[in-house]
Design a protein around this ligand. Structure first.
Ligand code: AMP
Length: 204
């Protein structure tokens, strides 16, 4: 995707609402899982919030890698670390934050299916409609032609650091970077946040 992509900053209030909505959909179908698999890293917070809302005690992790750097896919999606526990005979819900190409969740679901669970479903907070896999449950769809990079609260500093460094390569200096992030990405970043980023990467 674009070097400086259009972004949407998600708040913790958005996250709470998405978790409530997904949990309600699971409950409507009486499909409470016995194990939740959280994809690392983006799916960990959503998985934990859903475990709380659904009263699920067993949370297992699975590492899928695709978009290594903000808005930059790193080749094909891969499972780089297997499940942290067995899921034989379990009702499994595989959870991630967003399906974009859908490759990570697709691979994860396949990986889980091969480990003899009784049932596998999937859930994400957001679903971009270009994704090749539609999760069983999601809170909100983003139309493919409205693609944005979603800056989740659990990825804020990482995303901001990457985007600010890219902006600084063209227009160095904290205030010019701030103006570039607003104009190009649609991100209104407090100056103090960029001052913090500037302590770890040079912004000019
Ligand atoms: P994908 O395999 O393309 O469906 O994307 C997998 C992972 O990359 C997601 O779980 C996110 O952590 C991250 N990601 C991909 N696209 C986006 C996006 N548009 N906004 C924020 N994170 C994304």
């Amino acid at each position: 995707m674009a070097d400086l992509p259009r972004c949407r900053r998600a708040t913790w209030a958005d996250v709470d609402g998405w978790a409530d909505r997904v949990a309600a959909k699971v409950q409507e179908r009486a499909a409470t899982p016995t194990t939740i698999v959280g994809l690392t890293r983006g799916g960990w917070v959503p998985a934990r919030l859903l475990a709380d809302r659904l009263g699920v005690k067993r949370l297992v992790s699975l590492r899928a890698q695709h978009w290594g750097i903000t808005a930059t896919p790193t080749g094909a999606a891969e499972i780089t670390e297997g499940l942290s526990g067995p899921i034989v005979g379990e009702h499994v819900l595989v959870v991630d934050d967003i399906t974009d190409t859908g490759e990570s969740l697709g691979l994860a679901v396949e990986h889980v299916r091969a480990k003899a669970p009784r049932r596998v479903e999937s859930a994400t907070f957001l679903h971009i409609t270009r994704s090749k896999l539609e999760p069983t449950y999601y809170a909100e769809a983003i139309p493919r032609d409205a693609w944005v990079w979603v800056v989740f609260p659990w990825n804020y500093w990482e995303d901001l650091t990457t985007l600010a460094a890219r902006a600084a390569a063209g227009t160095p200096g904290i205030d010019p970077v701030r103006a570039t992030l607003l104009a190009r990405c649609g991100l209104d970043v407090p100056r103090v946040d960029l001052e913090r980023v500037a302590r770890t990467v040079p912004l000019g």
